[in-house]
Every structure is written in C-alpha cells, then in structure tokens.
Design a protein around this ligand. Structure first.
Ligand code: ADP
Ligand code: MG
Length: 645
C-alpha cells in the first residue's frame, strides 16, 4: 500500500508529510508521538491559576465569533464547569461554532484564571472526559493537523502489513505484544499500563532490527575478509606467558586466548580491547605480538605519542629479553639514516615487532609479512590513519586498544561490527585512588599529601594546564609551579615536562622520573596517555576544572599502579560539583558516561566518526542495558539461523 491510497492524502498532503519525514507507509505507522499528555480532571474549586487546566463541562451559551486583524478570530461562550459558570475563549477555531451547542458536553484544555473566571482554551474536544485520558502528541507541520495525522495513521494501520523482525520465541520470552497491536496502542493509548508494554515492544523491535542489520553486515564482511591462518605455537606462547614477571588476571587471560583464537582463524580479526587505565592491556597486546611471531608474522604497534611509543618499546625490550623476538622503535623524530636502516630490516623480516608513532604509516615503511596491527589508545587516531596502517598488509588482523573514553554505548553502535573484549578487573592488590577536590586556599593539605608520599620514597605528579604565564594569567603554569615546589620541597628534586621541550630532554626527564631520580614531576598533560611509573602515588592536578572528567580519570590513572594507597588532588575553585564526581567514582566507564552526559559528545572522538546514530524511540545512552540484551539476543538468533545475505 502506498501513502496516496489513503483517502485524504493527495499530492499536496504528500509534500507536507515528507516535510515531517514520512515518505512511505512504514514511516507513517511508525511516526511515533513525541509525547503523551495524560489528561486528568482538575478541580476548579481550588481557585488556583492553572496553565494546564483540564475538565469537561456543559455548554451554556451559544458561542459568539469575532474577527480581528483580518484573518484572526475568537470564539467565546459560557460553559458550566463543575457547577461554575466560566467564560471560555478559544482563538482561531471559528469552525467549531456549530458543534458547540448549549447542553453539549465537551472537554476543555487550557489556561484558567480564577480572578476573571476565564478559561483560555488551547484545545476543545467534543466529548466528555473519561476519568483519565492519554493524548498522543505528534510533531506536526503546516498543513497537517493532529487529527488528520492520526486519521491517516489509523487508516494505514488497517491496511498496511507491518513487518516484524523479532522472532516469536523472543516475543514470548519478554511478554511483548504483537507488533501491530503495539502500534495501534501507541497511536490510540487507552491506559498507561498497556501503553508501557506497547512502547517496550516497539523499542525492542527497533533495536533488534538495527542490531540484526549490523550483524548481517558483519557476517558479509567476514565472508569478504579472509585472512591467513596463523600457525601459532601454543607451547611457546604459554611458556612466554609463564615467563612474565606477574600472573595474568583472569580477564587478561580470557581476552588473550579469545584473541589468539581470532589469530588462528581464517577470518580477519577486528577487535577493540577495552580496559580501564591500569588494567594491563599492553602486556596482552605483547603476548599477541609474540603469538604472531611464533607463526612467522610481523606486528606493528602504533602509539599516539613519542613518550608512549618509547615506553612501550622499553617494556617490550624487557619482556622479550629472553626470547628471539626482535623489537624496534620508529618515530618521526628519528634521523633519516636510522629510519632507512629500520625500513631495510623490516623488508628483510629482521624485525618482528615494530613500535612507533605516526611514522609507522609513512610511505617508507614496507613490512615483509605484516600479520597484526595494534593501535594503542586508538581513539586518538583518526579513522584515516588507522586505515592507512591496515593497508600496509594484504589482510592483517587488527587490534585496537582503548581505555575509558569510548562510552560503552558507542562501542556497541559505532563499533557494532567490531568485536569488543573487555578487561574489567584490575591486577591484584590495586587500591582505589583516594581523591579529594581542594580549593586553592586549601593547597596546604595538598602539599602535605605530596610530602607524605616523598617521605615514603614515593613520587608525585603535579599537572598544570599551561606551560608559561604569558599564555594566560588566570591559570597556573608549569614554570611557575616548578619554582614554587622547589621552594616548598628543598630536599627533593623537582623535574618538569611539557610539549615544547625537545624529545631528548623529555626522554631524559621521563627516564629520571622512572628511575626515581626526580621526586616530583611537574607536567602538562603530555603525560596523560599511558605513562607508567608504578612508584608514583600522588597526582595533583591544578585548575582541574579545565579538564574533562575522562581526561582527569586518565591522569589519575597514572597513580595507583602498585599495592600502595595512592591519592589524587584536584585543585580548583570552580566547577566543584562536577569535579566531586571524581571523589566518588573510580570506574572509568561510568566517568566517561557522566562526562558524555555533561559535555555532550565533545572531544571524545578525534575525527568525529560517530555519524550520529539516532533511533525513533530508543536513546542509545538511556537504553544501554536494553541494547546489550538485544545484541546478545541477535547473536543467539543468528547462530540458529542460516542467513544468506
Ligand atoms: P593500560 O591498560 O592502562 O594500558 P598498562 O598496560 O600500562 O595499563 O599496565 C599497567 C601496569 O600494570 C603496568 O605497570 C603493568 O606492568 C602492570 N600489570 C599489567 N598486568 C598485570 C598483572 N596481571 N599483575 C600485575 N601487574 C600488571
Ligand atoms: Mg596503555
């Protein structure tokens, strides 16, 4: 059935309907009300002023119509409402005159002024009010009234065959109702209880249909996305795992084997590894690199900053020191000669794991046999950069790693065709970082906290948003703080790190901090991502209000990396309500969700890849739990069905 087959819909009406996004029958019957007004009778005896008065009454006098300003009109009559004679005015409804006759029972909705005993109606319904009535409210446009639209929808529901994707067993399982009935109820609700069930049914159906599509797409991709089967030497991998300086957590172990299975299969791995800061993602990725190596493949690992790339490199050197796996580092700042050497070694398959920054995707890099691409803190990279790295091999497996800033909802929707593995538990013995929000005049408490840590031979980070004063006098800056801390902590060494220093200097400072030669490191957010110095137990962040909560969580994640109690001080006089969330919450996922709610999508994604997914009924944030349920149901359903796509 087509829209124009409904009586009352001609070419002009089609245009109107198009302007409210109704193009076909399905759009029409699923043009859901954006609101439901529950009409319940108000008592006029209250003598209250009402913005939203609702009552029925009996028409007392014949309406009088007066015209003004050319086209405008006003209809006035008296009405007996709850035994009180009230003057009713309604604008531009002259056409109602013949329907409003003395003795007739009508329902009036509008503003009531008890002083003048006047009711200025916004709507008049030509029948008595039931004890309670639910009125669906639609988005309308010029040329379409609510009554017309509902007429079309109900007419459409009579003839149009509603497509339903949800299988019967799920409808039964969740006590949903038939979808067609659900649509009828939503457009003609009788009571709140059935309306609720109807909305639940439709919302589930909406998400189910979406997820089904995503999964089918994924299946199709898989068919086109064969990769080479990697003959991984399990024994060697297990020995390597045993040789690690610590035991893997349950979650680390689980995701590791999950991904090793991916590597072994002929389907290309496309996986996002999520885990809060400090949950130990790096070592998992190294195990995978090692697994690839045992099968004769190379791995490329891309980090967003030089500091981080170097840290990974050093870690890798250490972890792989008793193996034959060859690790190299490639960063943009390296000399041309050094780079050339690496390019050559790569081509000759002398490098098994290449760690680096963007330089990894420069035109000179050619891998001999690239099998796995890892991007750390993957949300920092643009989509294009990731693609470019992927294209360095015919069909490498892909592992993306990220700490919090990808809200869970996005992982499911944008990454709907990506597998997601999560590390939820922290390594043994980790304690929650105790966090305090402090005003600038309480800075003494902060210094005491720092002092306590230093006395215990631990170290402290101090973060400021600015490098020098001339950038903005309103904020602290690292130069200034360095002097202040040097004065306050005369017997300790204070170091400084910021983006304008050259790499060698940065490297030197980081190294000294790692070795404990620097006790207090004053820094800008260059240390934000991934830096790992486990002896540091205090994090002080000045002008904390300047940062997003997720960013603060990332910064805070630099401490609490051992079994000692760590502390975080957020110093600011502004925005303390938001900052206080950090005192309570230690879960990066939850923090990123509140950040997301508070600041909107903001800077969560470097390249705005989200493509703003919108549903008619569902809200991916609010309905997250439902979305998870739906995803699992869809997976189960697809397993039992042989789909041809
Ligand atoms: P992130 O997930 O934030 O990237 P890292 O990989 O940097 O975290 O790990 C944080 C710290 O925890 C590192 O010092 C790492 O060596 C250590 N670590 C990782 N896994 C474990 C474990 N199972 N037991 C103890 N320490 C671990
Ligand atoms: Mg990391």
């Amino acid at each position: 059935m087509e829209l124009n087959e409904i009586s009352g819909i001609g070419p002009k009406m089609i245009e109107h309907l198009n302007s409210i996004n109704i193009y076909n029958m399905d759009d029409l019957v699923r043009d859901y009300p954006y609101r439901f007004d529950v009409l319940a009778k108000r008592s006029i005896a209250d003598k209250r002023y009402f913005d939203n008065f609702v009552s029925d009454g009996v028409v007392y006098s014949i309406p009088v119509v007066s015209f003004f300003k050319g086209k405008m009109n006003r209809l006035t009559f008296r009405c007996n409402i709850q035994n009180k004679l009230v003057k009713v005015i309604i604008f531009n409804r002259a056409f109602l005159k013949n329907n409003i006759t003395p003795g007739k029972v009508i329902t009036i909705i509008g503003k009531y002024n008890p002083k003048t005993e006047t009711l200025t109606a916004s709507n008049i319904i030509l029948k008595a009010l039931k004890t309670k009535e639910i009125i669906p409210v639609y988005h309308l446009c010029k040329g379409v009234t609510s009554k017309q639209l509902r007429g079309f929808i109900n007419e459409g529901l009579k003839h149009y065959d509603v497509k339903n994707n949800v299988p019967d067993e799920l409808i039964k399982k969740y006590d949903f109702i038939n979808e067609e009935d659900a649509l009828k109820i939503v457009h003609n609700p009788l009571d709140e209880k059935t309306l609720k069930v109807a909305l639940k049914t439709l919302k589930y159906e909406e998400l189910f249909t979406y997820m089904l599509r995503v999964r089918m797409l994924k299946k199709k991709n898989e068919e086109h996305n064969k990769s080479f089967i990697k003959n991984i030497d399990d024994k060697k991998v297990n020995d390597f795992i045993k040789s690690l300086p610590f035991e893997l957590t349950k979650d680390q172990e689980k995701v590791t084997y999950e991904m090793i299975d991916d590597l072994k299969s002929d389907t290309k791995m496309n996986r996002l590894l999520q885990g809060d800061v400090g949950s130990g993602k790096t070592v998992v990725s190294f195990i995978l690199a090692y697994a690839c190596y045992t099968a004769g493949y190379q791995t490329a690992m891309m980090a967003p900053t030089e500091v981080l790339a170097k840290q990974h490199y050093k870690n890798a050197l250490d972890l792989f020191k008793n193996t034959d796996l060859k690790v190299s580092l490639l960063t943009g700042k390296m000399k041309q000669k050094e780079k050339k050497e690496i390019y050559n070694e790569l081509k000759e398959n002398k490098i098994d794991l290449l760690i680096g920054t963007h330089a990894l995707i420069s035109d000179g890099t050619y891998f001999n046999n690239l099998g796995l691409v890892i991007t750390d803190e993957q949300h920092r990279f643009g989509v294009n950069q990731r693609l470019k790295l992927k294209n360095k091999a015919v069909s490498p497996d892909v592992l993306m790693m990220s700490a919090t800033p990808i809200p869970r909802t996005y992982a499911l929707t944008i990454y709907g065709d990506t597998d997601v593995s999560s590390i939820k538990s922290m390594p043994k013995g980790r304690k929650k970082v105790i966090t305090y929000v402090k005003k600038t005049d309480e800075v003494k408490d902060v210094l005491q906290g720092v002092y306590a840590a230093l006395k215990n031979n631990n170290q402290a980070y101090v973060i400021s948003p600015m490098i020098e004063e001339n950038e903005s006098a309103d904020y602290t800056n690292v130069n200034d703080l360095k002097h202040k801390f040097e004065l306050a902590f005369k017997n300790y060494k204070v170091g400084m790190l910021h983006g304008k220093m050259d790499d060698e200097e940065k490297e030197k400072v980081m190294q000294e901090f790692k070795e404990g030669k620097i006790n207090i490191l004053i820094s800008t957010t260059v240390i934000e991502v991934g830096v790992d110095v486990s002896n540091a137990t205090v994090m002080v962040i000045f002008d904390a209000d300047r940062f997003g909560l997720s960013q603060l969580h990332q910064l805070r994640g630099r401490v609490g990396r051992n079994d000692l109690q760590s502390y975080c001080y957020l110093v600011s006089d502004k925005d303390t309500k938001r900052l206080k969330i950090m005192e309570e919450e230690n879960d990066g996922y939850k923090i990123s969700e509140s950040d997301f709610k508070l600041r909107g999508q903001g800077d969560l994604f470097g390249s705005r890849q989200s493509g703003a997914l919108t549903f008619k009924l569902s809200d991916v944030r609010r309905d997250y739990d439902l979305l998870v349920k739906v995803r699992d149901d869809v997976n189960e359903y697809m397993k039992n069905k042989d789909f041809s796509v």
